[in-house]
Design a protein around this ligand. Structure first.
Ligand SMILES: *Cc1c(COP(=O)(O)O)cnc(C)c1O
Length: 394
């Protein structure tokens, strides 16, 4: 396999020299915000566990109880014999949570997006996708065989023009509700208006809004009070809900079509019944987490006040728990992240291709499980590291 070895070695060397080589750190979790990494315990600002539910004893008990009552595995795909009563109950609850007529659970958000885009759109149709949408949307759009139109980030005028110029009969607009690497929020109200005007569907990926926004944490769409049968809502359960999984909530016809035709749904074993039971518990915990959501906002305001000590770098404007500090240079962002880790603070360095070239960043994520002292520790460590190794302010 020498030609293959040559290719793999050349690519690996190129990634290394471009500062793009990635490595997985082995994590031994200690709590929702602390982990042992490379032998030392650090405070982590590195997960999407916004409400701290991943370590919640009530959720851990629910997994165990679910396994005892309903079994560890489903045994087959949903359309064969794997659609258990607990899956059915979960779908009803997810629909109620999202204020939609019906819902369908998926193993994760990546697969939910692939399923949605490939099942709703096809050859001859047109997809309109925000430039900063998640990779799973990009991949789903490609796989759908529809024409893909990428509009500039959150630019509703540009989208308006693209919709008007498209001759496709079936149009589908798709957006992250909260952009995962920038933390900003899509103009959902304006997008819905455009969708109405051109009889398009509007797919909203609320991976980072569910649990954080809206009454009872019921997400970005309900936060804005938007109601429309053309909104197809996708929420994930591995972030604020503390587990893993995802769901689509929509009009009954959309859900029926997914059940019939979404290949990742049809040709895949149903999720663990234990997890379905735990997800019911997670939804209940999300609904009742108002205190955690308030703590999260206070942490964000505190962090934003500390940011003036991190010049010349600045936080992107974000009202969400995702608070990216733009550094720009790939090698520099890694040096800063490594130095922070030495100080006992873990913030991931995010580089291309996850973000556009020249916009490498520290992606700080906050959790309600953080204490005020944790935020203070991050602020102090980051000031020290930047003054030690960062560029001289202009
Ligand atoms: C995390 C994420 C996904 C993927 O969800 P998983 O359940 O982790 O597969 C999809 N879309 C967005 C915007 C995300 O941030």
């Amino acid at each position: 396999m020498s030609v293959w070895r040559d290719r793999f070695a050349a690519d690996a060397a190129a990634w290394q020299s471009a500062g793009l080589k990635r490595r997985r750190r082995v994590v031994h979790p200690v709590s929702a915000t602390r982990a042992q990494v490379d032998g030392t315990v650090v405070t982590a600002f590195a997960s999407n566990d916004y409400l701290g539910l991943s370590r919640d004893p009530r959720l851990i008990d629910a997994i165990a109880e679910g396994a005892r009552r309903f079994g560890a595995g489903a045994g087959a795909s949903h359309l064969v014999s794997g659609h258990h009563a607990v899956h059915e109950a979960l779908e009803h609850e997810l629909a109620r949570f999202a204020d939609k007529p019906a819902a369908l659970a998926f193993m994760n958000g990546y697969v939910a997006n692939l399923s949605l885009l490939t099942t709703l759109a096809g050859e001859g149709d047109a997809i309109f996708s925000d430039q900063l949408n998640h990779a799973s949307i990009v991949d789903g759009a490609r796989l759908s065989r529809a024409a893909v139109n990428i509009y500039p980030h959150a630019d509703t005028d540009a989208l308006d023009a693209m919709l008007a110029a498209s001759a496709a009969r079936h149009k589908l607009v798709v957006t992250d509700a909260v952009f995962s690497m920038d933390g900003d929020v899509a103009p959902l109200g304006a997008l819905l208006e455009l969708a109405e005007r051109s009889d398009a569907l509007l797919l909203v990926d609320d991976a980072h809004g569910l649990g954080v926004w809206g009454p009872q944490g019921r997400g970005s769409v309900q936060a804005l009070g938007l109601r429309s049968d053309r909104i197809v809502y996708m929420g994930t359960l591995g972030k604020a809900a503390g587990l893993s999984g995802a769901f689509v909530a929509a009009d009954q016809m959309v859900i029926d079509r997914l059940v019939q035709r979404a290949r990742p749904y049809v040709f895949s074993t149903a999720g663990s019944p234990a997890l379905a039971h735990a997800t019911l518990a997670a939804i209940e915990l999300v609904r009742s987490a108002d205190a955690a959501r308030e703590r999260l906002s206070r942490h964000r305001e505190f962090l934003q006040r500390l940011a003036r000590f991190w010049r010349p770098y600045g936080l992107l404007a974000s009202d969400t728990p995702i608070q990216p500090l733009i550094v720009g240079d790939n090698a520099m962002v890694v040096r800063i992240a490594d130095a922070l880790l030495q100080e006992g603070v873990w913030v991931p360095a995010i580089r291309p291709p996850t973000v556009p070239a020249g916009s490498a960043r520290l992606r700080i994520t906050l959790s309600a499980a953080h204490t005020d002292e944790d935020i203070d520790t991050l602020g102090t460590a980051l000031s020290r590291v930047i003054s030690d190794i960062g560029p001289v302010p202009a």
